[in-house]
Design a binder for this molecule. Structure first.
Ligand code: PEP
Ligand code: MG
Length: 315
């Protein structure tokens, strides 16, 4: 029984009606990758773990070693390296950051990285080196405009040139969708990326104006709110058939949410290591065609409770 369960954990996750869904792990270091039996990839590597709590930024060699360590812990499967995602709420002593009244609306994610080009260039060179050795996707956080994405891609191109070995054959490029306007503009981003990964934690925060971690508004911050789901739907619509849409926020590990997400067109769920096996199981129980009908109804539901009621009823 255990042997059968272990074997199944490594099998691809395919829905009842034959739709392959990638199940990834969110990793904040090699231990998470090592614990993620059966993950098809690391759908999100939060590279902040390398940068926080020290006096100077890690160099290219140290970063490359860390990234290759995560890939090795994952048996050489694809790792999605998110460029540094810090901001006013997570200060770094070696980056000049202004004091901000609203850090979540300020210089965070890619915005900060583009203002700290040495930091971004060093990281991108380490990512390019890693991509010459093992399958890598690079992903930019907190993108609001196409101009920011183009600037990030230009920095990546420069890193490829600086490394002098051409573009790594297996390198894929994507961005996170965490800003409501970016979700609505997905079609404008799509020509510039291989994939979009929805960060439902931040997308929910911004869509519902509910600060993350603020207990007073936690009850409002529900990723199943029909307003948030409409943004997921817009992302999938805008992405078109050639750009994969992933979800790497916590909603990806919620069984009810997974049904709606797949129904709206999401084809990769990336979750914390302990949730990988259960998420694969959830995918195998879903009929994507029926889920699409439920999702369409969820979009017109009045609130998150009504969405949950709809989902517990089933098709
Ligand atoms: C998110 O915002 O959903 C996400 C996955 O990124 P983080 O939680 O690291 O902000
Ligand atoms: Mg985020």
């Amino acid at each position: 029984r255990d042997r059968a369960a272990r074997a199944l954990a490594r099998e691809p996750a395919v829905s009842r009606d034959g739709v392959r869904v990638l199940v990834g792990v969110n990793a904040a270091g090699p231990a998470d990758a090592a614990a993620a039996t059966g993950a098809d990839l690391a759908g999100l590597v939060r590279t902040e773990f390398l940068f926080l709590g020290r006096d100077a930024a890690p160099g290219i060699d140290e970063q490359e070693a860390a990234y290759r360590g995560i890939a090795a812990a994952l048996g050489g499967r694809r790792i999605t390296l998110r460029t540094l995602d810090v901001g006013g709420d997570k200060p770094l002593p070696y980056v000049a950051q202004p004091a901000e009244a609203n850090p979540f609306l300020g210089l965070r994610g890619l915005r900060l990285a583009l203002r700290a080009p040495d930091l971004l260039d060093t990281q991108l060179r380490a990512i390019v080196r890693t991509a010459h050795a093992t399958p890598v996707s690079v992903m930019f956080p907190m993108v609001s405009t196409v101009a920011e994405l183009r600037a990030a891609r230009a920095a990546l191109d420069a890193a490829v040139v600086a490394e002098g070995r051409g573009t790594p054959a297996d390198l894929q490029v994507g961005m996170m969708v965490e800003v409501p306007a970016a979700a609505l503009k997905a079609a404008a981003f799509a020509p510039h990326v291989d994939f979009l990964s929805i960060g439902t934690n931040d997308l929910t925060q911004y869509a519902l104006a509910t600060e993350r971690g603020n207990d007073a508004v936690a009850g409002l911050a529900d990723p199943l709110d029909p307003g948030v789901l409409a943004l997921v739907a817009a992302t999938c619509r805008g992405a078109g058939p050639d750009v994969l849409v992933a979800v790497c926020g916590e909603a990806a590990a919620d069984e009810a949410a997974a049904t709606v997400l797949l129904g709206l067109g999401v084809r990769e769920l990336s979750v914390a290591a302990p949730a990988v096996a259960a998420t694969k199981h959830t995918v195998r129980e879903i009929d994507v065609c029926a889920a699409a009908e439920l999702a369409a109804r969820a979009l017109t539901a009045p609130d998150a409770d009504a969405v949950r009621a709809l989902l517990s009823e089933g098709p």
